[in-house]
Design a protein around this ligand. Structure first.
Ligand code: SF4
Length: 483
């Protein structure tokens, strides 16, 4: 999972790109990059958080009124600096590109581009194949007006590149382009601030820049802002919209709107659904405690629905990154107790209901349950706003490999026992979909492949899953060895 941003404006865009990237920092903390264009192309990419990666002098050097930015969370591999985005090709025009997602036919396309089409592919980053296909599409159509050439290039990308991807590209001397794959799995939204046009992974970046949200990009649309600042758009392939449901549970910021659905309100509705399940089970907690931060709205709704106190019984050290987002398993394990500490006052002698957004490997939850018991809880009940995760995500979230999922081949009761909980409840898939869909009834399908194993793009075979699993296992081993 990554975050993308593109800005076209009358003034130098780098300062706004920097601030916008900070607003979507939660989508990737491993590396950050910015490319801007004036008469030349300026690119800077570094490891680390946005604020650490760019000094004031760097921002001044990144001149120009067209630019794109990226925050990276590496899904496969060690995450070399050369794999950081944006990536750039010289021809035609000079194109810088950044994406959020994962190309499922990356290996196949890479080989085709290298061996049959004689294009240079220099990294292990899947945006490079999108960039090369797009460049090829533009090169074939240089006789057309720029927006028309982009439509053809976008159509070529949608037809050849499988998987999930939202893309921003700056084309030297021509403008800014955005693509959202025909399944619209990854978010991508557009807004304006004065004469500036902004495209971002999440609307929270638009808010941070004082921009007005205009609309989300449509799946299969090619969106162009030409060099004169004029907007062009065309739906070049039919959409089959399946936004990622996990964005609403965990990944996105609560103040974001994705496809017109409020992430915050979805989490509140999810809390109401969970409260029904807690009642059905006959649990009687004295206190509801959220695992900060993403589960707070759901926990609040659980507490309100049950008529039980909500308390901040787990305090978060705000200087530690999100555990899920840390690539190395050992880092995750070690960081739990450093990241969270129990507030004994709110726990001792009480039946505690912990609300978490998801349980993937169970590493964090096991530690947490023990921590809460050690702080004197008489019972520890656990609810997960996300239904059991049993299948790998092939669309850009490195949830782990199948064998590492705590829910892979266990029942709810077995997982509860393994984690050491007195009771464990997972939200139901239909409850989750209902919570999101009530925000926008026009969206009829969501990707929930990690829960039900149904991959909406239809191209995910047993072989694809095996490939992804073995690549992830390999990179996990490399990461552990590098630890
Ligand atoms: S598989 Fe899960 S995490 Fe991946 S895109 Fe689909 S819903 Fe999102």
């Amino acid at each position: 999972m990554c975050g993308i941003l593109g800005i076209f404006g009358p003034d130098p865009v780098a300062p706004d790109i920097l601030n916008g990237l900070v607003a979507i920092q939660h989508r990737g903390q491993d590396a950050a990059g910015i490319a801007t264009m004036d008469s030349r192309v300026h690119i800077q990419k570094r490891f680390g958080l946005v604020r650490d990666a760019f000094a004031e002098v760097d921002v001044a050097r990144l001149s120009g009124g067209i630019g794109i930015g990226h925050v990276r969370y590496p899904t496969v591999g060690l995450g070399d600096e050369s794999d950081a985005q944006p990536l750039f090709v010289n021809s035609p025009y000079g194109i810088a590109m950044a994406h959020n997602g994962n190309v499922t036919n990356f290996r196949h396309l890479r080989q085709q581009l290298l061996e049959d089409e004689y294009r240079q592919i220099n990294t292990e980053c899947d945006v490079e194949v999108i960039l090369n296909v797009f460049a090829e599409g533009l090169a074939r159509n240089t006789d057309l007006p720029f927006p028309e050439a982009c439509y053809e290039a976008g159509r070529l990308v949608y037809n050849r590149v499988k998987g999930s991807y939202s893309v921003v590209a700056a084309v030297h001397g021509h403008g800014l382009v955005a693509l959202r794959d025909p399944f619209g799995i990854k978010p991508c939204t557009y807004g304006v601030a004065g004469d500036s046009h902004i495209i971002a992974s999440e609307s929270c970046a638009l808010d941070a820049l004082g921009a007005k949200i205009v609309r989300d990009l449509r799946p299969g649309e090619v969106f162009v802002i030409d060099i004169d600042g004029k907007l062009w758009s065309r739906d070049v392939v039919p959409p089959n919209h399946h936004p990622c449901i996990f964005e609403f549970v965990y990944f996105a910021r609560p103040d974001s709107l994705i496809d017109d659905i409020s992430v915050y309100k979805t989490r509140l509705r999810l809390g109401e659904h969970i409260a029904d399940l807690v009642r059905e089970r006959g649990l009687d907690p004295d206190v509801v405690i959220p695992v900060p931060d993403s589960s707070r709205p759901a926990a609040q709704a659980v507490a309100e629905s049950l008529g039980v106190k909500l308390r901040e019984g787990l305090l978060k050290n705000r200087y530690i990154g999100r555990t899920f987002i840390m690539p190395r398993q050992s880092e995750r394990r070690k960081s739990v107790r450093v990241k969270l500490s129990p507030l004994r006052l709110e726990i001792e002698g009480k039946r505690v209901l912990i609300v978490d957004d998801s349980i993937v490997r169970g590493t964090t939850m096991r530690e947490l349950i023990q921590m809460v018991r050690d702080a004197g809880a008489t019972k520890v009940y656990v609810v997960s706003s996300c239904p059991p995760i049993r299948h790998p995500c092939v669309y850009g979230i490195d949830m782990s490999v199948k064998g590492e999922f705590v829910a892979a081949d266990r029942s709810e009761a077995e997982i509860g026992e393994l984690l050491g909980a007195d009771a464990l409840i997972y939200a139901r898939q239909d409850g989750l979909v209902d919570a999101a869909m009530r925000g926008n009834p026009n969206i009829h399908h969501f990707c929930k492949a990690c829960m039900d194993g149904i991959y909406p793009t239809g191209d995910v075979t047993a072989e694809t899953l095996d490939d992804i699993e073995s690549e992830r296992l390999k990179s996990h081993k490399q990461m552990e060895a590098a630890d």
